[in-house]
Design a protein around this ligand. Structure first.
Ligand SMILES: Cc1ncc(COP(=O)(O)O)c(C=O)c1O
Length: 470
């Protein structure tokens, strides 16, 4: 330890380096304590506003920084990797993925660097493992991105390039300025699709919401056929949902693929979590026709159970994708096979390693079991909701999502219910709006959730509903 002019202790980087073992041991202990706390830690915590720490003039060293972080903040972290966090679509972290993720930081490789590390090749191997997991033909190339939002962005950017090319414009060079709007058709596209269209300069309003099948969120293929025919050959992008976020429902991908073939449209399949239906032979039929898609997006940080952030974009049009994302500069070197030519980022972390670790550790059968179990837990909760006098199941449980309402509750009561649930701490669920009602969703995507957890979750739901509806 050295002293500054006021005599205070200063921890230098060199000193921390000498104590690296102790620092990593302290981080290891913190991680294990956090993970052990998951069964008892409140599933969600109400957000806090704490006074922000000023930037210290002199640093306090890594061990003190970690201790300060833990004292000030750790209690306020949610148990989002735990078994009863059912908000959004939140995956857990498998032990192998966690170990891989730690090593990503230690290795600190720039995944896109060409020619000085094997990392790009390992990323390609991991993409091939994922392709095998999802039973995708080899014609699909894939890349890692930060999540399904970015995967949708990559896919739609590639589709935009295709649509513009069909009208004689290279949009990556000339922009969209001379083009008529490109139609984007879908039944219930996820919010991230609209966000991607906004980022792409195509505009959120370029999405045309097509009629859906009666009582379903799946698009009506007949309506899609009529709309595509009316476009008279103008290039269109059809966005199919493989796992709609409120219901887990699937569009009829085979029907949409056939229409896209007939009318020469691009088919993008958003399978953020639903692509994992491919892992379970009992549910793989939901993805029938997927092999004919032009692009597919999915998340790693959902059902693969790797830590944030991880997603993948698959396409069979790599040359178009490269046209959009290529980055050429003398200092980046020559070559046509750079990963940074395929994604929005140039430099980025070795995102494939946690996925590689978990795929190797648990294999096809591990993921079959994980997906089947989450779906069966969703069924268990759905049946409990159906039999409870306080709740109303709003749609059949078709995959891993349960969508329900409190009988007769208005928006304020639904929100009070979710707040009561957060305060109770047993489980965390998130809101939505469905079938004209303020609703609640529970999404199962964590390897560690058990049947006993579902019993506890149902108990908490009923307890909190009684509080609100009393
Ligand atoms: C169908 C679908 N697409 C895209 C996304 C966006 O995923 P992310 O937030 O991981 O980017 C989600 C998130 O829940 C989703 O359910």
């Amino acid at each position: 330890m050295v002293k500054n002019t006021q005599g205070a202790s200063i921890m230098s980087l060199q000193q921390d380096q000498q104590h690296l073992n102790d620092i990593l041991q302290a981080a290891h202990d913190a991680a294990l304590e956090f993970l052990k706390s998951l069964p008892t830690r409140p599933a969600g915590r109400a957000p806090q506003t704490l006074p922000h720490q000023p930037l210290p003039q002199e640093g306090i060293g890594a061990r003190q920084a970690l201790a300060t972080f833990r004292t000030r903040y750790e209690a306020w972290l949610s148990a989002s990797p735990g078994p009863r966090y059912l908000g959004f679509v939140t995956g857990g972290t498998t032990p192998a993925a966690l170990a891989g993720d730690w090593l990503v930081s230690a290795y600190d490789q720039n995944a896109v660097s060409g020619g000085d590390s094997l990392v790009p090749e390992i990323e390609r191997e991991t993409v091939a493992l994922l392709r095998a997991l999802f039973n995708l033909p080899e014609a699909f190339e894939g890349v890692f991105v930060s999540g399904a939002t970015m995967a949708n962005f990559v896919a739609l950017a590639t589709a935009r390039q295709w649509a513009a090319e069909r009208q004689g414009v290279d949009v990556t060079e000339q922009g969209l300025w001379s083009l008529p709007p490109i139609a984007v058709l879908g039944g219930s596209p996820h919010a991230s699709v609209l966000k991607a269209l906004s980022m792409l300069g195509m505009g959120r309003q370029s999405v045309e919401l097509l009629p859906r099948l009666p009582g379903r969120v799946a698009v009506d293929p007949q309506a899609a056929a009529q709309r595509l025919a009316a476009l008279r050959g103008a290039p269109a992008i059809v966005v199919a949902s493989a796992g709609e976020v409120n219901t887990g429902e699937f569009d009829d991908i085979a029907a949409l693929a056939a229409l896209c073939k007939t009318y020469g449209a691009w088919l993008h399949v958003d399978g953020a979590f639903g692509l994992f239906a491919a892992c379970d032979p009992a549910r793989a039929h939901l993805l029938r026709g997927l092999e004919a898609a032009d692009s597919i997006s999915a998340d790693g940080h959902k059902w693969l159970n790797v830590p944030y952030d991880s997603g993948f974009a698959f396409t069979r049009h790599l040359a178009l994708q490269r046209q959009v994302f290529k980055a050429t500069a003398a200092y980046l070197g020559e070559g046509s096979n750079h990963i940074h030519d395929l994604t929005p980022e140039d430099s980025r972390r070795f995102r494939a390693l946690p996925a590689w670790m978990t795929l190797m550790a648990y294999g096809r059968s591990g993921y079959r079991e994980l997906v089947a179990r989450c779906c069966s837990l969703a069924q268990q909760l759905g049946q409990g909701i159906e039999h409870s006098p306080q709740f109303e199941l709003l749609c059949p449980v078709s995959l891993n999502i349960v969508c329900f309402a409190l009988h007769g509750a208005d928006l304020a009561q639904r929100d009070q219910f979710l707040e009561a649930l957060k305060a109770d701490g047993t489980a965390l669920l998130t809101p939505t709006h469905f079938a004209g009602k303020p609703a609640v969703r529970a999404a199962f995507a964590n390897w560690s959730t058990s049947e006993e957890d579902v019993v506890r979750i149902l108990g908490a739901l009923e307890r909190c509903a009684r509080q609100v509806l009393a």
